[in-house]
Design a protein around this ligand. Sequence first.
Ligand code: COA
Length: 213
Amino acid sequence: MIHVVTAANKHLYERELQAQFRIRHDVYVGERGWKALARADGLERDQFDNDDATYVLSIEGDRVIGGSRLVSTTRPNLLSEDFPHLAAIGGVPCDSAIFEWTRIFVIKERREGRNAGRAAGAVMCGILEFSLAEGIEALSAVMETWWLPRFHDMGWTVKPLGLPELIDGEWTIAAVMPITRRMLETTRAFHNIDAPVLVRRGPEQPAITEVWA
Ligand code: COA
């Protein structure tokens, strides 16, 4: 199942959060070779891993097998701080109903190649279920362009914010993806997921804390 972890309930997930940061280090530094993220403690954490972050963690038994991170675009985020030039046409989103989506991962043995990985699909369904429940209207992301056909196959609408750029040898684009209930249905269907995946434990806090006048 996919667990939602925020500042309000993180005391219930200390072990799983540590596991997530360790796996992220293995995946992003070890496997993907993103050396700038390397840390001596072997835990991959950046300046956006703070109390503004919401994590969705895929937990099986006592094991974290996947996860991802959401941060409101009203807070500092990867696009606004590190890659604003990728949004040169559409502008960097700053809207309480748009959340930036980063750091999706699935442990290696649970990836499923071209068979529409169910573990990765569950993380994405968890993000959509959470977003629909919290009134989040769109996700923004800095992504490699190999994601685009997958989003297309899942029935997502992708609105680019600028032109792709070659970053560290990978074509990379910033985009916004509006969230609809239909999109959750098509994402579930694509991954053969037929029931909700989200679990919420402990105190909850609303994802959207500011309402613009
Ligand atoms: N470069 C290019 N294409 C990639 C890719 C990469 N680094 N990673 C995945 N893909 C594409 C490929 O088309 C792949 O199919 P193939 O292996 O048959 O070529 C397809 O996506 C499925 O990838 P796979 O990893 O087997 O499937 P999955 O759906 O189970 O998991 C991820 C997808 C992204 C969760 C998983 O690949 C992962 O955890 N990767 C490491 C973390 C990462 O790079 N996250 C994205 C950036 S934050």
